[in-house]
Design a protein. Structure first.
Length: 279
């Protein structure tokens, strides 16, 4: 928050909804993209770098075919000319295409591998300053409003680094939930639940372990506050096939982003708790 906003001289910016992308907001995003990525290529002589280079062509092909909707033979070989065309598109495209461009960059552009943490921090800082209801998490932009929710998801992804199976389920849950063209909330919920089941098998060293068994081990070894045990037991209801709750929930036809986000945050909270508790 800026000085004028902290001391009440100016009201903090409040975007009316997720579709609000002001000119200044676009300018901030483009300046970050240009400063961290595109500007690096202006230092090369034109004869030394081209959009057809192996390290660059995937990004330009993805951008032109999936966003700008131009054939690949329309991609300029001159890197500077190509960047100018992308800027022109970025400054006038629809609000959701702004976020899609950022995702394409973070996934495909070669320089992002060495500046990924800075890139993520910088983009999220702009989102936060502009009260945008999105955050860049694990190469994907997801709609989320609570910093605590973001922290829970990021911590779970970090905590599960040693457990590829758990992390794979979490990544897939994020991907299915945040796909703006074809979101799959039902399978996102399934993946989040599967991540919980996987961590339970790991901490109990039992391939058939359930969340209930994992809770019992934690209770016996470390103790559980009754209120916490009750809330975790409710989560067990969602993750258990035996009592039919999970099956009934996933049969619902009106599952939404809110449902998928709730389950992802609840599951990541429990995964973080279980890993920390059993260290």
């Amino acid at each position: 928050m800026r000085f004028s906003e902290r001391y009440g001289y100016k009201q903090p910016l409040q975007l009316k909804n997720e579709k609000d992308i002001s000119a200044s907001y676009r300018n901030e995003l483009w300046s970050t993209l240009y400063g961290l990525i595109f500007s690096l290529y202006r230092q090369f002589p034109l004869s030394e770098v081209s959009t057809t280079d192996t390290a660059l062509k995937d990004f330009f092909i993805d951008t032109y075919t999936n966003l700008i909707h131009k054939p690949i033979d329309k991609i300029p070989e001159n890197i500077n000319l190509a960047i100018k065309k992308i800027k022109k598109y970025f400054m006038s495209c629809k609000w959701y295409e702004v976020y899609e461009m950022i995702e394409i960059l973070v996934k495909n552009f070669p320089n992002i591998r060495t500046t990924k943490n800075l890139f993520t921090f910088s983009i999220n800082d702009i989102f936060e300053k502009n009260s945008a209801k999105f955050r860049l998490i694990n190469n994907q932009i997801i709609r989320i409003t609570s910093e605590q929710e973001i922290q829970s998801i990021e911590e779970a992804l970090a905590n599960t680094n040693p457990y590829s199976g758990v992390q794979q389920h979490l990544n897939q849950a994020l991907k299915l939930m945040s796909d703006r063209q074809n979101p799959d909330y039902r399978n996102s919920i399934k993946e989040a639940i599967s991540a919980v089941e996987s961590i339970c098998k790991i901490v109990t060293n039992d391939e058939k372990a359930t969340l209930g068994k994992a809770l019992k081990i934690v209770e016996d070894k470390f103790g559980l506050h009754p209120a916490l045990k009750g809330s975790l037991s409710q989560l067990y209801g969602y993750t258990s096939d035996g009592d039919g709750i999970r099956h009934a929930m996933l049969e619902e036809s009106n599952l939404s982003y809110i449902d998928a986000k709730f389950m992802l945050v609840a599951c990541t909270n429990f995964i973080n708790y279980l890993i920390e508790k059993t260290k």
